[in-house]
Design a protein around this ligand. Structure first.
Ligand code: PLP
Length: 448
């Protein structure tokens, strides 16, 4: 196996010859619609490091888009996966049931915030979890409307895409969308549409839900409201607690299912198992995916018993849903989060990154905002701090420069002018420091 820690981080002129050859084949054989960030082709990975097919080593600040919170190829997860595939791989839970599914459902139900009796169903992806949440909210309430937030991202299937709020690239050319959906403003304080200043703003953005229920659709017709407690793809927008609590309270008093999408913010990313815990949220439905199974595909829909049992047998589920290998991996992930103290690590890593980004903000005028919760940290670039005009063009250049120096980062934001950091939570201080040094040099380079 490759490096454990302190691997030599080296780079040359990237991509190297093997990666170039693979890229030629990729461009001929894979749909253009499947995006890529850099020319990286992986050979192996461990912890926070990735080695490419030309033996260049990278510090990974993406975690496979928020999936490898416990690090790439955790030994305990690998062992659990191997043990499981030696026993059985796919009996299908609807045909021959198995304990790992049930045990994981019990554990996730018990861990979900809010003192309520929970039931669970598993699916394969974040988007699929969102689809099921919409179905459950409609079936349970007998109502149709679904409300989501501006700047949200919920996935690429039809309901999930409809509820998502970034048109390009996610929605262009794909209409018509799911009917009876509505949007309200998110608490994007850096770009407050009402030019308010927290905490003196009266949380005007939350008031918009009340306006919507008066002016657009009556609460009697709204089945659910879905939100990410910290918006991910939207640019790591961290709302004030009062905002989320106000929306939750309006939902609770109007029989609107309060759906919390923690696909990206969950599993210790923000310094707690769920970001909902920072806000004392009590979701009617909680959605998980990405990091729950250490890299294996799995998602979970966890809801109150009465919601989860409001559908008839066979109305939710699917062939691969909750496959045993993913469930076995997820059970190990839960143990590893405790063993590795990942909530603490998340806070430490987040602080180290945030401190460095704030120092960069003092140095570079093009940094408009630094924000985050735990190790879910982002930096927003602007052309002018006064007008806050998004500086989107610079992002690709910075990402490419970092890649050339062995650091993987990725973009986000409704204006694509944000760089987000989703490091594996086992990243060492040295690796974080290396990444920040490379980022700072890249910014310096692209603005000169
Ligand atoms: N919800 C959130 C908050 C996400 O960040 C994502 C993916 O990034 C999804 C849903 C969709 O997940 P998937 O890509 O697994 O369908």
């Amino acid at each position: 196996m490759i490096y454990e820690t302190n691997a030599t981080i080296h780079s040359g002129s990237l991509p190297g010859p093997n990666a170039k050859k693979l890229m030629e084949r990729r461009l001929k054989s894979v749909s253009k619609g499947v995006s890529y960030t850099t020319g990286l082709f992986i050979k192996e990975a461990k912890g926070a490091l990735i080695k490419d097919v030309d033996d260049n080593v990278f510090v990974d600040f993406t975690s496979g888009i928020g999936v490898d919170n416990i690090g790439h190829c955790d030994d305990a997860v690998i062992a659990a996966v191997k043990e499981q595939v030696d026993q059985y791989i796919h009996p299908c839970f609807n045909i021959a049931m198995y304990e790992p599914y049930v045990e994981l459902a019990e554990k996730l139900g018990a861990l979900t915030p809010g003192n309520r009796s929970r039931k669970v169903m598993f699916a394969n992806s974040g988007a699929e979890a969102v689809e099921n949440a919409v179905k459950l909210a409609r079936a349970y309430t007998g109502k149709q409307g679904i409300i989501s937030l501006e700047c949200s991202f919920h996935g690429r299937t039809y309901a999930a895409m409809t509820l998502t709020s970034k048109v390009k690239p996610y929605k262009t050319g794909f209409g018509p969308f799911l009917p009876e959906t509505y949007k309200i403003p998110s608490a994007y304080c850096y770009r407050c549409p009402y030019e308010g200043q927290y905490p003196n703003c009266g949380i005007a953005c939350a008031e918009k839900l009340k306006t919507l229920l008066k002016g657009e659709i009556a609460a009697e017709n709204v089945a659910g409201l879905i939100l990410e407690p910290v918006q991910g793809e939207g640019g790591f927008i961290v709302p004030p607690k009062e905002y989320l609590k106000a929306l939750e309270s309006i939902c609770k008093s109007n029989h609107i299912v309060f759906i919390v999408d923690e696909v990206q913010s969950g599993f210790s990313r923000t310094g707690k198992l769920f970001a909902s815990e920072h806000y004392d949220l009590n979701p009617d439905i909680l959605l998980l995916s990405k990091s729950i199974a250490g890299g294996m595909p799995l998602s979970a829909v966890i809801g109150s018993e009465e919601i989860m049992d409001s559908v008839g047998s066979g109305q939710i589920g699917g062939t691969f849903c909750g496959n045993p290998v993913s469930c076995a991996a997820a059970l190990q992930v839960l143990k590893r989060i405790d063993e590795l103290k990942l909530n603490d690590k998340s806070m430490q890593i987040g602080k180290q990154i945030t401190d460095r980004l704030n120092q960069m903000k003092d140095k570079f005028d093009i940094i408009g905002d630094v924000r985050g919760l735990g190790a879910m940290v982002a930096v927003e670039f602007v052309k002018d701090r006064g007008t806050k005009e998004p500086y989107s063009e610079i992002i690709k250049k910075i990402v490419e420069q970092c890649y050339q120096k062995g650091v993987l980062i990725m973009s986000a934001g409704i204006f694509s002018n944000v760089i987000r950091f989703l490091p594996p939570l086992v990243m060492t201080q040295d690796q974080v420091a290396y990444g920040m040094d490379v980022l700072e040099a890249a910014i310096q380079d692209v603005i000169k």
